[in-house]
Design a protein around this ligand. Structure first.
Ligand SMILES: Cc1ncc(COP(=O)(O)O)c(C=O)c1O
Length: 362
C-alpha cells in the first residue's frame, strides 16, 4: 500500500520535511540531470555540470543571508557535530579561553569538544532550570577567542530571540535548527554552522558561513581537510563534495527565494508558532515547560498535565497522520517541529486535534 505524501503532517525534528517540489526535482535529477541522460549521482564534481550547482548554492546563501564580502560560504561534510571540533581547532589556541553558553544537549556536546583544544569558560548556564530558559545578561571576558551559542536548542525547545551581538568578541553560532528561518544580522556572526537536514536540505552536508578575518590566528597545525582556509580557496571542492546533498540544498534555497526569502518564510513561521502556542496556552490539559520569552518557533515542546493521557494523545496523532511529535528520548513528552517547509495547514490540523482531545478530556 502506498501512502500519499499529502495525507501526512510531518513534524519530524530532523531529518525533516522539505518542500514537495524539491523532492520532485531531486528525484528527476537522479534519473536524468538537466536533460543530459545522466544521473546527478554519476557525474564528476569538477565538471561544467556540477560546478554551477555548487556556485548557485553558495550565491543563494550569500543573497538570502545578505552577507558582506568578508563572509565566505562553505558546504562541508560531517554534520554539525564535526563543527563542534572544527571551530575550536581553527579559532582557539591551547592557552586561550573560549566562552560558551550551556543551554542544553547540543551546547554540552560543543563544550566537550572545545575542551580538547583550549580552555572553556561557561558564561551562562541554564542547567538549573533544566534548560527551559536561556541565559540573560551574559558577560564575556574581552580576551575570549569567541563566544559560542546554540541559537535554537532542538531538544529543549528554546531559541535566542535577543542575540548577544554586543558581547565584544567574535560570535560563533550553531544554527542547525533555525538556519534561514528568521531575519538576523548574519554579518554580526563570525562563524555560523548548520547541518542541512532541517531547514536546508538532505542530511550529509553542512553549511558553514565564516568571516575570513577570524582565521589564521591559531598556532597549531591544522589537518588540511579541517582548515577552513583551504575550503575557501577551493570553493568547497577540496575533495569530492556530497554532490547530491549540495544539489538538494540548492533546490531548497531556490524554493526559499521563491517564497520571498528569509523575510517571507519568517512571516509563515511566526504564524505557525503563534497558532501553536496560543492553542497550547488555551488548553489546560497541555503544558509548555519552556519560559514564554525563550520559546522556539522551530521546535515546540510540551507535556500533558496528566502524564497518563500521553499515550492516548500520541495514538490519536498517529491515527490522524501526525508524524514525529514524540519528544526527544532524553526528555520525553512531545515535540512539534515547524521548519520552513511545514505548511500552516499542518499546524492547523494538529491544533484542531489538540482542541478536540482537550474537549473530550475536559
Ligand atoms: C542544534 C543542533 N546542533 C547540532 C546537531 C548535530 O547535527 P548532526 O547530526 O548534523 O551532526 C543537531 C542535530 O539535531 C542540532 O539540533
Amino acid at each position: 500500500m502506498t501512502t500519499t505524501v499529502n495525507s501526512i503532517h510531518n513534524f519530524n525534528a530532523g531529518p525533516s520535511i522539505l518542500p514537495k517540489q524539491v523532492f520532485e526535482e531531486a528525484s528527476h535529477a537522479i534519473l536524468d540531470f538537466n536533460n543530459t541522460g545522466l544521473s546527478i549521482l554519476e557525474i564528476g564534481h569538477r565538471t561544467p555540470l556540477f560546478e554551477p550547482v555548487m556556485g548557485e548554492a553558495i550565491d543563494l546563501v550569500k543573497e538570502l543571508m545578505q552577507l558582506d564580502t568578508d563572509h565566505e560560504v562553505l558546504f562541508l561534510h560531517g554534520g554539525a557535530t564535526t563543527q563542534f571540533m572544527q571551530v575550536p581547532m581553527n579559532l582557539l589556541n591551547e592557552n586561550e579561553v573560549a566562552a560558551y553558553t550551556e543551554t542544553g544537549t547540543w551546547a554540552l556536546k560543543a563544550i566537550k569538544e572545545a575542551k580538547l583544544f583550549g580552555h572553556v569558560e561557561i558564561v551562562g548556564s541554564t542547567k538549573d532550570t533544566n534548560y527551559t530558559t536561556l541565559p540573560k545578561d551574559i558577560s564575556v571576558t574581552p580576551t575570549a577567542a569567541y563566544l559560542h551559542i546554540t541559537t535554537n536548542e532542538t531538544i529543549a525547545g528554546t531559541q535566542w530571540h535577543t542575540l548577544p551581538y554586543k558581547c565584544g568578541v567574535p560570535i560563533v553560532a550553531d544554527m542547525s535548527s533555525d538556519i534561514l528561518s528568521r531575519t538576523l544580522d548574519f554579518n554580526k556572526f563570525d562563524i555560523i554552522y548548520a547541518g542541512a537536514q532541517k531547514n536546508m536540505g538532505a542530511a550529509g552536508v553542512n553549511l558553514v558561513v565564516v568571516n575570513k578575518n577570524v582565521l589564521g590566528k591559531v598556532k597549531r597545525a591544522i589537518p588540511s581537510i579541517l582548515d577552513y582556509r583551504n575550503h575557501i580557496k577551493e570553493h568547497s571542492m577540496m575533495n569530492t563534495p556530497p554532490v547530491f546533498a549540495v544539489y538538494v540544498a540548492m533546490l531548497t534555497l531556490r524554493w526559499l527565494k521563491s517564497k520571498g526569502g528569509i523575510a517571507g518564510i519568517e512571516k509563515v513561521n511566526d504564524a505557525k508558532a503563534k497558532l501553536f502556542y496560543d492553542t497550547l496556552d488555551s488548553l489546560p490539559v497541555f503544558k509548555g515547560p519552556v519560559a514564554k520569552e525563550d520559546r522556539s518557533k522551530m521546535n515546540a515542546v510540551f507535556v500533558m498535565n496528566d502524564p497518563s493521557l500521553e499515550k492516548e494523545f500520541s495514538d490519536l496523532c498517529k491515527r490522524e497522520g501526525m508524524i514525529g511529535i514524540k519528544g526527544h528520548r532524553s526528555v520525553g513528552g512531545f515535540r512539534v517541529s515547524m521548519y520552513n517547509a511545514l505548511p500552516l495547514q499542518s499546524v492547523q490540523a494538529l491544533t484542531d486535534l489538540m482542541k478536540e482531545f482537550a474537549n473530550r478530556k475536559g
